[in-house]
Design a binder for this molecule. Structure first.
Ligand SMILES: *Cc1c(COP(=O)(O)O)cnc(C)c1O
Length: 417
């Protein structure tokens, strides 16, 4: 399919470009600051090309891996870090972090409503899998968000006060829910609230999609433990797989015991030639995140022009790279995702269909035309096939290609069969 768009699509394009151009300076400024932060961390840890060779077997004495762990800690405002392909995804990183911080008999408290879908089977809310937290005798509770989708500080204060609460978890991004994503400032406020009533619980932040969107990271505002995915923001589109954990030294080492094996911890794990991709991806990540932010702003403007409700609105400050669009009915959701797929660089000839996904409760439609399977720092869109039929669009390695992908979606919605 070509990019010879009809006049109708081009009119939406030029109007959206005109609306959004003034917002791009702020995005570039944040990228400039975060690039400085990453570059300084690389220099502080004396990154050298000998780090990129990697190890095999047990992976002992992998200097590249060790330095990357330390760089990860610096960037997320933490004492210790793990940035590893051995953490296979964000879900795995979060699982290791939470299991490392909790003991049987303790309670995991989610302070920001129901967590991301794939964590429900980890906790034991859904499914009854061997090795879930529930099976290990770890209890679960959550504080719902308020009617307007905000963190309920008063309710968090009373729920977090119990002695048995071992971890209070905060999810920075909204996931598949309608609540607002949290700014670093708001995360700081929640951390302070928790600390005012509970001195011992570890404060955990699921940082997925929030990395490098602002100047501060959760470790800068009071979080004890942080985790996320390398096929999202901090992988910069180059990491072939992986996840990261950062935080207090004891909590990160406990998580490493879960990642490898009790006794092995963070000292092992062959990198098999992946180091350079992780370094290079992290190095470009602040810029790549800026590209994704511009694509999201542009998408919101196009959808707004077409009369759909886009959240966040195109002209508001964003805490993450996710754009939610509510279609209200399945047909437009499907067309939007098909248009994104057709506008991408890989598998543009594929037609997405709603289907069941492991770890997810509803059928999901997904547009994933990326170089790394499932990478959502690359232009992608997905949505659960349930009311109110909302799509979650994110990514775009370059704004130039992101814009073409969005215009392809606009065309599919206006002119698709
Ligand atoms: C994507 C995501 C996860 C899971 O990360 P994967 O790499 O897909 O396993 C967890 N929490 C949130 C908020 C996410 O957006």
């Amino acid at each position: 399919m070509s990019f010879d768009f009809s006049q109708r699509v081009l009119d939406i394009d030029s109007k959206a470009q005109e609306m959004t151009a003034p917002l791009f300076q702020r995005i570039d400024d944040i990228s400039a600051e975060n690039t400085k932060k990453v570059l300084a961390a690389f220099q502080r840890h004396r990154v050298s090309d000998t780090f990129f060779a990697g190890t095999t077997g047990y992976g002992y004495n992998d200097r590249g891996r060790q330095a990357l762990d330390n760089i990860c800690a610096d960037i997320f405002g933490a004492r210790s870090g793990l940035m590893r392909v051995g953490l296979i995804s964000g879900t795995h990183a979060i699982t290791c972090a939470l299991f490392g911080a909790l003991s049987p008999g303790q309670t995991l408290l989610y302070a920001t409503g129901t967590p991301y879908d794939t964590l429900l089977s980890v906790i034991g809310v859904t499914g009854n899998y061997h090795g879930s937290m529930k099976q290990y005798g770890i209890d679960y509770a959550e504080v719902p968000v308020t009617e307007t989708g905000l963190a309920d500080l008063k309710a968090i204060k009373s729920a977090a006060a119990f002695e048995k609460v071992g971890v209070v978890a905060i999810q920075r991004s909204r996931g598949y829910s309608a609540r607002a994503s949290l700014t670093a400032g708001e995360i700081g406020e929640i951390c302070d609230t928790i600390r005012s009533v509970n001195a011992h619980a570890a404060i955990f932040v699921d940082n997925c999609y929030g990395e490098f969107v602002e100047l501060l990271e959760p470790g800068d505002v009071g979080a004890d433990l942080i985790a996320g995915s390398l096929i999202k923001n901090p992988g910069g589109g180059l990491a072939p797989a992986g996840g990261y954990i950062a935080g207090r030294a004891d909590l990160v080492e406990n998580a490493a015991m879960r990642m490898t094996a009790p006794g092995l911890g963070s000292e092992a794990g062959a990198t098999l030639g992946s180091n350079r991709y992780l370094y290079q991806g992290l190095f470009t990540a602040p810029h790549t995140v800026a590209q994704a932010m511009k694509t999201a702003v542009f998408c919101a403007a196009c959808m707004d022009i077409m009369g759909y409700s886009a959240y966040p609105a195109w002209d508001t400050v964003r805490p993450d790279i996710i754009q939610r669009i509510e279609f209200g009915e399945p047909d437009s959701l499907i067309k939007f995702c098909r248009g994104i797929q057709r506008g991408g660089p890989v598998d543009s000839f594929v037609t997405p269909e709603p289907s069941d996904m492991p770890g997810y409760e509803s059928q999901i439609i997904m547009a994933v035309g990326g170089f790394v399977q499932g990478a959502s720092i690359e232009l992608s869109a997905d949505g659960p096939m349930r009311e109110p039929y909302a799509a979650y669009m994110q990514g775009g390695l370059t704004f130039e290609s992101g814009r073409l992908g969005i215009l392809s979606a606009v065309r599919e919605m206006l002119e698709g069969g």
